[in-house]
Unconditional design. Structure first.
Length: 392
């Protein structure tokens, strides 16, 4: 059963949802008063160097200052203009974070200008995509650029990958031309907002149907789909005809904001998002009490853990949690169970459009992973939508 892609307006915001097998698997909010800018590329001016911090303070708009790490072949000096990409917007008392290592991301590939070499997102490294890119893309026209294969590259044909690589290189060359012709600070290319990301990462390249409530929303989706090179057909249905209903989507979102949720088949997941990392605890709850009724206790724990791994992968996408993540699974003694559990988690993360690096289970039964953060978390999106609704 293919997923249902749903786009609707509520409280002044455009909402994008993916619903598969009676479960919400992806969500994004596009506020009417501005879009997320993570990924935007700027011509920034170096305002101050702080070698003790190992960073430069740069002005990237007329009113905003961010930090760029020192290092690399280009020596930073005060007053110098640099091309930098916004990695994280300012939050609270934290300045925006930018990087000179620009990354341009398409549906199947990621271009890394000036950093030669072919690689793959960690969760698809075993699919020999890097070797395939090496055969396809190492040509005279790409000697100074590197590429990374995204999960969607596994199902793309050679012509599609070559065309996307060429388009990304053209985009980078246009950015450089723009940077050479004008003052700093200024925006060179905008970051993708929630709708762009949704169409790029969720709409299958072979075409799919997206459900919208009204013609205005449908027209916007069609225009953006053409820009994102996504082939979609837009269906318009009134709210009562939606399956799932907006109420069901909202209920699923409220569940995803809870610190604890039930695991399908038994058990509970506990999420604790701190400043430095996200901790996830797998609790057998009453499921462990039934261990003796269905195989050994070890087998039952393994079954619960595998279900937890699938649910964790879904929740990370839905909540848009990034950075270091530590998962405390229910204790397993058999080495084969430990290896199989990590493999299950990696397989579940194949659907994630963000890079996910998953390490082997430690002697203490912990699994460490890093999911590359991008854009606001689900909780931040919901707070922003609520604030926009109050002030709108």
């Amino acid at each position: 059963m293919s997923p249902r892609l749903l786009i609707y307006r509520q409280d002044g915001a455009l909402r994008c949802a993916e619903w598969e097998r009676d479960r919400l698997t992806a969500y994004g909010t596009l506020l009417s008063r501005g879009a997320a800018r993570a990924g935007a590329v700027y011509l920034a001016r170096v305002a101050r160097i702080d070698r003790a911090l190992g960073a430069a303070f740069v002005q990237f708009t007329d009113t905003e200052t961010g930090m760029v790490p020192l290092g690399g072949s280009l020596k930073l000096t005060e007053g110098r203009n640099i091309v930098a990409q916004l990695r994280r917007e300012a939050r609270g008392d934290k300045l925006a974070k930018l990087s000179r290592a620009v990354v341009l991301t398409g549906r199947h590939l990621e271009l890394r200008p000036g950093r030669p070499g072919m690689t793959s997102y960690p969760q698809v490294a075993g699919k020999v995509l890097a070797q395939r890119l090496e055969r396809l893309l190492v040509r005279d026209e790409t000697p100074s650029h590197g590429f990374a294969a995204r999960p969607a590259a596994a199902d793309a044909d050679d012509a599609t990958l070559r065309a996307e690589a060429a388009a990304l290189i053209r985009q980078w060359e246009a950015i450089l031309r723009d940077a050479a012709d004008g003052p700093a600070p200024r925006l060179l290319t905008s970051g993708l907002d929630a709708l762009d990301l949704f169409l790029r990462d969720r709409a299958p390249s072979d075409g799919t149907s997206i459900l919208c409530i009204d013609r205005t929303t449908a027209t916007q989706v069609e225009q953006r789909a053409a820009y994102a090179e996504a082939r979609v057909e837009v269906d318009i249905k009134s709210v009562p005809d939606w399956l799932p209903s907006i109420a069901e989507i909202e209920e699923a979102l409220l569940e995803a904001l809870e610190p604890s949720i039930e695991i399908p088949g038994g058990g509970v997941l506990h999420f604790d998002k701190g400043q430095a990392l996200t901790a996830i605890d797998v609790d057998a709850a009453d499921a462990a009490a039934r261990a003796g009724k269905a195989g050994s206790a070890e087998d039952r724990r393994f079954v619960i853990n595998r279900a937890a791994a699938r649910e964790i992968a879904r929740q990370l996408r839905l909540r848009n949690l990034g950075g270091p993540i530590v998962i405390d699974f229910i204790g397993l003694r058999r080495p084969e169970h430990r290896r199989a559990l990590v493999a299950s988690l990696r397989e579940a993360c194949l659907a994630d459009p963000q890079p996910c690096q998953i390490l082997e289970m430690s002697a203490l039964g912990l699994v460490e992973m890093i999911r590359q953060p991008f854009g606001p978390t689900l909780a931040e999106q919901r707070r922003g939508a609520a604030s926009s609704a109050r002030t709108g």
